[in-house]
Design a protein around this ligand. Structure first.
Ligand SMILES: *Cc1c(COP(=O)(O)O)cnc(C)c1O
Length: 385
């Protein structure tokens, strides 16, 4: 991490934090250090601390510095996927017998990690509606070490008041973890609101171009940073140099992309909320969304993710997904291109039959940065047919 003061402003940090000119050539973009090991100047004589690329790699270090700056944290850590980051975090924070509160509409993979993997090692969990701080308090036990929150959540776009839940978590001696994948640090700064750890799937908006899988953890506290760094190196699920480089390129345009994603989604949500075949639209930017006021307080804009329910049920929802032409049928989200999917049969199939099961008439959109009129027309023709 460098102490170089760059700016207070997100857009400037996004482009300059971690992106110092290459000392050897002046290249303005950090090189892809596609290397596993480093020549030592005599035994133990490491150059700038580089020894072996699982422990540290300059391209990954550039990304990690960039991520820490964007989230207003002190340390950032980049992983091979969002779930690798989550796994590293849960093994850093939790031991057998400990308990974690997870949201009742968590990302399906997060739920699976706790319910099917961590539980085998004696980590206990319960589910709460994290949009209600009292429900979080009620779900906590004396062994609760972490409260896990996603806001906006995937796929129901629920909103959690980060500052309020931070107080509840801390009062019970637990850390607050916020999955900031949907909002990104441009729209929402969880550490400033009291969170202890920010989690990202870098695969989504941070990378932004549907060409890389990655994950991250960012913390404000040095000591917690040391512990995560120890586990990152001990478990080894690190981001490779090329993947790190792609995400570093992605974050440079995050601010302009998120502005456009949010603008386009606002127009799409507006059309959907007036469409006769749509029974409800889940978008925190709509005044009737139950989390609208909290979202307006803690987010700069409302992001590019929308879910909606189709009046005639599951088959009708599936056929809307089959009929769009610009919205591409696919999992994942956060790229420049618009995507559409049916969570019940696709991204969230793994939570079927559980407390986290999603409505079968639900359609999820990742609204891209194409022309907004084209996106609105595409959805209209898919709904009208
Ligand atoms: C995709 C996603 C993850 C998991 O990240 P991967 O990069 O797919 O491992 C975690 N949380 C949210 C909110 C996600 O959308």
């Amino acid at each position: 991490m460098s102490d170089r003061h760059i700016s207070e402003h997100f857009e400037t940090l996004a482009i300059h934090a971690g992106n110092t000119a290459d000392p050897l050539t002046g290249a303005v973009v950090p090189p892809i250090y596609q290397v596993s090991t480093y020549k030592q100047d005599g035994v133990g004589g490491l150059r700038n601390g580089y020894e072996y690329s699982r422990s540290a790699n300059p391209t990954r270090a550039a990304l990690e510095e960039n991520l820490a700056a964007l989230e207003g944290g002190r340390r950032g850590f980049a992983f091979a996927s969002g779930l690798a980051a989550e796994d590293t975090l849960l093994r850093t924070l939790l031991s057998p017998g400990d308990h974690v509160v997870i949201p009742n509409d968590a990302y399906g993979g997060t739920f699976r990690l706790f319910a099917k993997v961590a539980s085998r090692w004696g980590v206990e969990w319960s589910v709460a509606d994290t949009s209600d701080p009292a429900a979080v308090r009620a779900a906590m036990t004396p062994r609760t070490k972490a409260v896990w929150v996603e806001t906006p959540s995937n796929p129901l776009l629920g909103i959690t008041d980060i500052a309020a839940v931070a107080q509840v978590a801390h009062a019970g001696g637990a850390k607050l973890v916020v999955d900031n994948t949907f909002a990104t640090p441009y729209l929402q700064q969880p550490l400033a609101l009291g969170a202890d750890v920010v989690v990202h799937s870098l695969t989504k908006y941070m990378g932004g171009h549907s060409d890389v899988v990655g994950g991250a953890l960012i913390v404000a506290d040095e000591e917690l940073g040391e512990e995560i760094g120890f586990h990152q190196n001990s478990m080894g699920g690190v981001a490779g140099p090329f993947d790190s480089w792609l995400v570093l390129r992605g974050t440079k345009t995050l601010a302009v992309r998120m502005d456009r994603h949010s603008e386009n989604a606002t127009k799409v949500a507006d059309m959907l909320s007036r469409h006769p075949r749509v029974s409800s639209v889940l978008y925190p930017g709509l005044p009737e969304h139950p989390g609208h006021e909290v979202a307006a307080k803690q987010m700069r804009a409302f992001g590019g993710m929308i879910s909606f329910r189709v009046k005639d049920g599951e088959e009708a929802a599936v056929s809307v997904c089959d009929r769009t032409q610009i919205f591409t049928l696919g999992e994942s989200l956060g790229g420049v291109e618009s995507l559409i999917e049916h969570p019940g049969r696709m991204t969230h199939a793994s939570v079927a039959g559980s407390l986290l099961e999603v409505p079968s008439d639900l359609v999820r959109l990742s609204v891209g940065i194409e022309n907004a009129d084209d996106l609105v027309e595409d959805l209209k023709q898919a709904l009208d047919k």
